[in-house]
Design a protein around this ligand. Structure first.
Ligand SMILES: C[S@@+](CC[C@H](N)C(=O)[O-])C[C@H]1O[C@@H](n2cnc3c(N)ncnc32)[C@H](O)[C@@H]1O
Length: 399
């Protein structure tokens, strides 16, 4: 047997995994126990592997993403029955997809050994929970955007930083994305350049991968926002894409009175208007958030996953346009990650680098406070919910 990296730790971590696992199974200890279990289990894997395995598997990681991408292209996620009791052979997939059988086997080997799909026999495969999640159209779009746009930027991050004085990128036109993809466009221009790419991105924004399973922002909309009539504007979703956040808010709080408007770039609004998901009670409006806000005095200007796309200067200009349109009882609701100062979990830390790849960033509470204060806003509250990744930062005009 090859030697584990750290036998002593294997013993301790096994005990920890056992204790935490019991808590999680017993539905005790909440989200904190679940996260600790994952962390302990991951440390256990690292301790049990040999140092060489740890190195090799980390270095070869891009090919796991590559094999998922290849499986999408071959059609494995569509061909293999989603019912976990049914399976399919490599030969059948090959026939159905028109793909070389040996290629199917090579790709599926990576996926089954990575616990995405189950190997039920020689060259036979069945779905599992993981493959079913990866197979939904919006999660697939999310994965493909990560893999094809920010993935190459990730690979080039070190080289980019070496040529940029080891400073975080702040210029949208000179970020790892342009460095890796050799494009003159910023992220949004790069999407616009190819309508299929843009469509894929808009669809990816419906994925729950970052937003959290519930999808409803953790803010008591019904208690905190009130319109006297249906004609008043309750919420403007600034940069709201296909209206996915408003859809959850409308469905989650059917008692809310007042108009809900989703704003985005003209080409996105065109895509949104053609979407079967959009609720008839949600209005659409093309509006550039770097220009004055056309809707005055809404009860709330809601921005989900907008500010993290941009550096501080751009964020200030987006916020100033909103500040000018606010009335005394308007709020700005920023629905974003709030990074902890210590013990940041990997998902959040990685998302910061995803944003870095095109000149954006995730922010800590003190960074949010400083940013909002600079444009005359005060944080009234930060609303968090266990299990939801994104918080809601509620800001009002400084009185
Ligand atoms: C990361 S997405 C977030 C979408 C949505 N808020 C959500 O969380 O699902 C950022 C959105 O900002 C929009 N956007 C980018 N630049 C914009 C601009 N100048 N004016 C308005 N929207 C813009 C994009 O089209 C995209 O829909």
């Amino acid at each position: 047997m090859s030697s584990p990296t750290d036998v002593e730790s294997v013993k301790l971590l096994l005990a920890e995994v056992n204790t935490l696992g019991r808590l999680v199974i017993g539905n005790d200890g909440g989200e904190s126990a679940r996260k600790k279990l994952i962390s302990a289990a991951e440390k256990l894997i690292i301790a049990a592997r040999t140092p060489g395995e740890n190195l090799y598997l980390t270095a070869a990681q891009p090919f796991l993403n590559g094999s998922i991408s290849a499986a999408y292209s071959i059609g494995c996620f569509d061909c293999i029955p989603s019912d976990t009791n049914d399976d399919m052979s490599a030969g059948e997939i090959s026939l159905k997809a028109g793909a070389e059988k040996a290629l199917v086997v090579r790709i599926m080997r990576v996926l089954t050994s990575s616990h995405i799909f189950v190997e039920t026999g020689r060259e036979r495969y069945a779905s599992n929970h993981f493959s079913r999640i990866l197979g939904t159209p919006e999660n697939r779009a999310h994965f493909q955007i990560q893999n094809t746009i920010v993935g190459p930027a990730a690979g080039a991050l070190g080289a980019y930083l070496e040529t940029h004085n080891l400073r975080s990128p702040t210029d949208h036109h000179d970020s790892p994305l342009q460095f890796a993809l050799k494009t003159p466009y910023d992220f949004w221009g790069y999407l616009k350049e190819d309508p299929m790419r843009a469509k894929m991105f808009n669809q990816s924004m419906r994925s729950s991968a970052i937003v959290g399973a519930a999808g409803i922002p953790p803010f008591p909309f019904a208690d905190e926002l009130k319109c006297d009539s249906e004609e008043e504007v309750l919420i403007v979703d600034v940069g709201g894409g296909k209206g996915q956040a408003l859809e959850f808010i409308r469905n989650g709080f059917p008692e809310l009175k007042g108009r809900m408007i989703v704003q985005d770039l003209p080409e996105v609004i065109k895509d949104t208007n053609g979407s079967s998901h959009l609720l008839s009670s949600i209005e659409t409006m093309a509006a550039d958030f770097f220009k004055p806000q056309p809707v005055l005095g809404a009860k709330a200007y809601f921005l989900r996953r907008i500010m993290h796309d941009w550096g501080d200067e751009a964020c200030k200009s987006i916020l100033k346009n909103l500040v000018q349109s606010m009335s005394v009882d308007s709020k700005i609701l920023v629905n974003e990650l709030v990074l902890p100062d210590e013990n940041c979990e990997r998902r959040m830390a990685l998302n910061d680098l995803v944003m870095m790849s095109f000149g954006g960033m995730e922010r800590t509470e003190s960074q949010w406070k400083a940013l909002l204060q600079e444009v005359g806003l005060d944080i009234r509250n930060i609303w968090r919910k266990e299990g939801e990744n994104l918080s809601v930062i509620e800001a009002t005009l400084r009185s």
